[in-house]
Design a protein around this ligand. Structure first.
Ligand code: GFB
Length: 321
């Protein structure tokens, strides 16, 4: 394992976006580190406001920052709300990075996304593939904003000598996800649909697209663990992919989720809905050679997520049924 280059011990650590899927997992993970976790209340700090972010940072004085705050959503949300995905994300990341420079934050880790890579980049996706070709149209707005975030971290490192870094998580899933069918990513959407189909004793469940696209999925608590590892072990202009390197087709994913949920009906593919990127799997050589691999098995991650869904959104889920 590579030697640690930054200690979280005794540090004031801001998780920007602490209520989101990955932010809340980071807060859980940081409980195991001997550090003080800072969170900015959403009703007092609008991260799109430079004044509010600067004021918050001046008062909270974090020493380390995880930039997990972002406007996020699945393929439909990305495709239908391009302005929000571009504008909000550009403001959030620019405000945090600039305020972090002024507050002399010791280390910052910006979270990108696997959609930053060109649609037709060679697979698995190596970090070097950035900006080598056109993006997938359904999420180009979000991708452009995330690419700007990577470049901000690199530029502040070059011009101001800030220790600002970036990690590229693959598609994430897990407890705390958004299960709204029109806004969510594929795992929570299919889980909610399978749950409802089982309760309603429906013979069929609808899956968007052709079922052929390939995706890589990382359990969110593993992602949080990997991000803490990168905060401690990586410093440089080069960013690092965070994933498993393992891929699954949407059809196979749907069948696996149905098994976990206990829905035994038929799958129907709605080809009027977009497939998005045909294939998106990370090259995780850089991460693995630093000494980190994802510990949670895929079915185990899905089972934990489903348990969380039933326990936390049970009334909603039952009402839907
Ligand atoms: O997770 P997802 O919404 O986003 O969709 P992306 C992944 C795949 O699942 C697509 C299919 O091929 C969808 O057509 N799919 C099948 C479904 N059924 C469903 C369903 O009921 N709901 C959803 N949502 N998908 C996102 C980007 O791309 O990846 C974001 O839009 C971000 O910007 C994220 O980068 C990581 O994987 O296509």
């Amino acid at each position: 394992m590579s030697a640690p280059c930054f200690a979280l011990h005794g540090k004031r650590v801001w998780v920007a976006g602490h209520r989101g899927l990955v932010g809340s997992a980071l807060v859980r993970r940081l409980e195991a580190e001997d550090c003080e976790v800072l969170t900015a209340p959403r009703d007092r700090v609008d991260l799109r406001s430079p004044d509010q972010v600067t004021r918050w940072m001046a008062i909270a004085r974090p020493q380390a920052v995880f930039v997990a705050a972002a406007r996020v959503g699945g393929i439909h949300a990305n495709d239908t709300r391009p302005a929000e995905f571009l504008y909000d994300n550009l403001l959030i990341e620019a405000n945090i990075v600039e305020a972090a420079r002024h507050a002399e934050v010791e280390k910052l880790l910006f979270l990108g996304s696997s959609c930053i890579y060109p649609r037709d980049a060679p697979q698995p996706l190596k970090e070097e593939a950035l900006l080598t070709g056109p993006l997938e149209p359904t999420n180009q707005w979000y991708a452009i904003a995330k690419i700007a975030g990577i470049k901000l971290a690199q530029a502040y490192r070059r011009q101001y000598g800030c220790d600002f870094n970036a990690a590229m998580p693959t598609n994430l899933y897990g407890p705390g996800d958004n299960f709204d069918l029109l806004q969510s990513h594929v795992v929570p959407a299919l889980m909610a649909k399978a749950h409802r189909a089982r309760i309603e004793r429906s013979p069929v469940m609808t899956v968007w697209g052709t079922g052929t696209p390939l995706r890589e999925l990382l359990y969110v608590d593993d992602a949080a663990d990997g991000l803490v590892f990168l905060m401690q072990h990586h410093s440089g202009e080069d960013f690092v992919n965070l994933g498993t390197g393992v891929e699954i087709s949407i059809a196979e994913l749907a069948a696996t989720i149905c098994r976990v949920v206990g829905f035994a009906g038929r799958l129907e593919f709605d080809r009027t809905k977009p497939d998005g990127t045909p294939r998106k799997v990370m090259d995780v050589f850089r991460l693995h050679s630093m000494g980190w691999t994802a510990p949670t098995g895929f079915e185990e991650g899905l089972e934990r997520t489903y348990r969380w869904y039933v326990d936390n959104l049970g009334s909603q889920a039952r009402a839907a049924g």
